[in-house]
Design a protein around this ligand. Structure first.
Ligand code: PLP
Length: 455
């Protein structure tokens, strides 16, 4: 019996024994194509030799030095690199150990920014429903993932939520995509006016929504309007690119496809590709300057921030992506993945939407394509898809509660940037079989259950 409190105590977990390229293998020797990078983490796949070499070299040089005493050459090099790859105006980096830490730091930075500027009355964070920004209490409060928040509500600070930009579900008949985007973006202004705009700190959003709703990009014009509203009221725009950033959608930063520059950006998963726990906040110059000309420090910190091994892994991952031109592969293979998903599921009675960007794609499962009605949440169809996929040697990231935290199922795909055309074909083939088997099995289970209940 395991002594670990696993994510699910009753889950029957295989032991991961190793990995190579796009595959992981378990202790029994079974191989799995990692078509979701775990949770959109393993952007270079597994055991990349350049990253392993960089980690060995760093370990031989310096494993750890507390950042209250020293900086390190490798952390400085990573920061230089991240800034040279960022937009004009984003000039500094805060290095942490993961996505929740990055988002927590971004929220606190935003608050302290206004304290430094003498606007300490600003206290409200506005985010979106059906979003996720991490599991620690501050960012759990900001997030709009209802099932993750529910039991912790008494501990969560007050935050405010507006609608997501989720055209498949929420665009009205007679509204084009642009009009829809303007309408939901304008909810931000309405919320600011309700709260008092000079009391709002920041608006927080995933540039492309990840696991909560399944690779949902905003419609054209949405983020431009959001940026305008934030600018009008002097509110900071914090983009959470923990999952969708660092090349996942085909550009290094997902926001580049929106034609805007945020004030703060959180990155994590693809930054270090799973080779080390690492995250970062990319910081607008104006935010940094407020600290520099004010108190001179950011009132925050973690023991492992700026860890040399984490920095070495992240820098090596980013070097490989650049040197091997992998963002081009993300675009090419992303387009191919979209085509194959369309071919396999376009006519499928139980697939309502196929969406995403780059190598960040999802299918949304529905009971009926015609009226978009979801499956009964009690079926936990998403869990059945995961089981059926694993049985076929395929890792995908299915999730329930797509629509409102309870109803809806989707399957998220986030294969490594090194994936080949042949592997894309295999992924879609196995996924198609897994989805069909899950639906067939689920219907059967459900029918037998309801028969028992009726009987
Ligand atoms: N933000 C987003 C968009 C995420 O997808 C996640 C994790 O899935 C997080 C934040 C939290 O990151 P971590 O699990 O590394 O703390």
């Amino acid at each position: 019996m395991s002594k670990i409190l696993h994510r699910s105590i009753h889950a029957d977990l295989q032991v991961a024994a190793g990995g190579l390229g796009v595959e992981l293998f378990d202790a029994d020797g079974k191989t799995y194509i990692d078509a979701c990078g775990g949770a959109a983490v393993s952007c270079l796949g597994h055991s990349h030799p350049d990253v392993l070499a960089a980690l060995h070299a760093q370990l031989d040089k310096l494993a750890y030095a507390h950042t209250g005493f020293f900086t390190s050459e490798i952390a400085e090099r990573l920061a230089d690199r991240l800034i040279s790859d960022s937009s004009n105006g984003i000039d500094y980096v805060y290095l942490v150990s993961g996505g929740s830490e990055a988002m927590e730091a971004a929220l606190k930075m935003a608050r302290q920014y206004f304290v430094e500027k003498g606007e300490s009355q600003r206290r409200h964070i506005i985010a979106r429903r059906q979003s996720y920004h991490g599991n620690t209490l501050g960012v759990l409060a900001a997030g709009g993932n209802e099932w993750r928040r529910a039991q912790f509500k008494p501990l969560l600070v007050e935050t405010h939520h507006i609608a997501p930009c989720y055209a498949y579900r929420d665009r009205l008949a007679g509204e084009n995509e642009y009009q829809y985007g303007e309408r939901v973006a304008n909810e931000l202004e309405a919320k600011m006016l309700e709260l008092g705009p000079d009391e709002v700190i920041a608006f927080v959003a995933e540039t492309v929504v990840g696991a909560t709703a399944g690779a949902v990009p905003a419609v054209e014009g949405y983020f431009k309007r959001i940026r305008e509203i934030c600018d009008r009221y002097g509110v900071l725009l914090i983009l959470d690119e923990v999952m969708c950033g660092m090349g996942r959608t085909g550009t290094l930063h997902a926001y580049k496809q929106e034609g805007i520059v945020p004030d703060l950006v959180a990155i994590a998963k693809g930054l270090g590709g799973g080779y080390q726990p690492v995250g970062a906040v990319l910081i607008g110059r104006h935010v940094y300057d407020a600290f520099a000309t004010g108190s001179g420090f950011f009132q925050h910190g973690h023991t492992y921030m700026g860890h040399p091994l984490a920095a070495a892994a992240a820098l090596a991952v980013q070097d490989v992506i650049r040197e091997h031109g992998l963002l081009d592969n993300v675009v090419r293979m992303g387009n191919l993945l979209d085509r194959r998903l369309q071919e396999r599921f376009h006519q499928h009675h139980h697939i309502g939407d196929i969406r995403g960007r780059g190598l960040f794609r999802a299918i949304e499962l529905v009971a009926d394509r015609g009226d978009k009605s979801p499956f009964d949440p009690a079926r936990k169809l998403y869990a059945a898809v995961k089981r059926e996929a694993m049985a076929r040697g395929l890792m995908v990231y299915p999730m329930g509660g797509t629509i409102d935290g309870v109803r809806g199922d989707h399957v998220l795909l986030a294969p490594p940037f090194i994936v080949s055309a042949g592997q894309i074909d295999t992924i879609v083939e196995r996924l198609g079989d897994a989805v069909d088997a899950a639906i067939a099995g689920s219907v059967a289970d459900h029918d037998s259950l309801s028969q028992v209940a009726v009987g």
